[in-house]
Design a protein around this ligand. Sequence first.
Ligand code: PLP
Length: 425
Amino acid sequence: MTTDFSEKKAVELDRQDPLSKYKSEFYINEDTIYMNGNSLGLLSKRAEQALYTSLEDWKNQGIDGWMNGEEPWFYFSEKLGRKTAPLIGAKPEEVIVTGSITVNIHQLVSTFYKPTNKKTKILADAITFPSDIYALKSQLKRNGFEPAEHLIQVESEDGQTLNEDSIIEAMTDDVALILLPSVLYRSGQVLDMKRLTEEARKRGIIIGFDLAHSIGALPHDLHAWGVDFAMWCNYKYMNNGPGGVGGLYVHERHFGTEPGLAGWFGSDKDKQFDMAHTFTPAPDAGAYQIGTPHVLSTAPLLGSLEMFLEVGIDLVREKSLSLTDYFITLADQKLEGLGFTLENPREPHRRGGHICLRHEEAASICKALKAKGIVPDFRSPDAIRLAPVAFYTSYHDVWQTVETLASIIKNKDHKTYSNKRNVIA
Ligand SMILES: *Cc1c(COP(=O)(O)O)cnc(C)c1O
């Protein structure tokens, strides 16, 4: 990208950045560089305002907020689903804002895992986020299958990335369902979702993706690729707040498939209050909701989505790639010989939204970074994840982060901290 490693260059890049104006829309402590948006995105003023709107509706209208509020809660999850659709290349009715990743995995696997005599296995990978695997194992057990035998976890050759060829090789005749991450939570590798979906569909295998680390960071084309289902959280790149409600996608060819976990909020809206004991599911992705939506943990998303729709996910991706590119260029130059290795892929199309640096003393380096006002993310045992977020990270922030990493090692600042993780890391 650049061969100019100066601070002046960073300032110039910020001046040319069409998204730089969005930084002032976020609450960022002065003297803090926030590089943890891939774990918990920051609060924007628009998200805050959207939350206030729902609080006002509650304050002023009580129960009537469901239908008559400024943002009627009864239709809120559907409305937010439609607004999310362009971020993932889905049709508006294929998306609903509901649940959390783990709950949505349970819902979608309950719905789409239909073992037969021949096909009983679930295919996943060996380096994904633990909760996804816990959910898959419990789903297998509930169907009477021993996970040790029926869960296939494709290994990583280098411990960091997955090889699509190996995943495709593992798509054997006995596989009923596949669940994979879109972007790996540690290395940030982007999997080739299009190719994997094509191969799964050729073999009659249902395939779903966990979009935790890709939604809000890069574009998707789920409908056109033919992906069967997907789920995500909204508290990472989507900036919907701690515990913010997530979302799910179901391809329209599956509309009408009975939800594995039925509940009254999955009802056809016009029938829900008939209070019948026969469930009439919504005709679209709304059917896979379960209970009453968590309105106050959903509302901020409206404000946040406005920003994504205003800018468009392609421009978000463009800046994100440019930031990580700049980070890598600076790191190659300034962190050389200081014990760091870059874990994420270098090729842009295989690189998600975050940088992953490994270092033997990663835990203590993260503590030193934090003491200097830079908020990183540590993943045991030796990974430092740093996410320059398109909406609120500047090129100067990236420059400052790399400078600080170098100075910590050179001055041995991290040696004053223990190289152990904190409870939350
Ligand atoms: C963040 C994350 C989760 C967390 O799941 P929740 O149910 O939202 O707590 C699960 N899987 C992946 C891949 C994640 O990155």
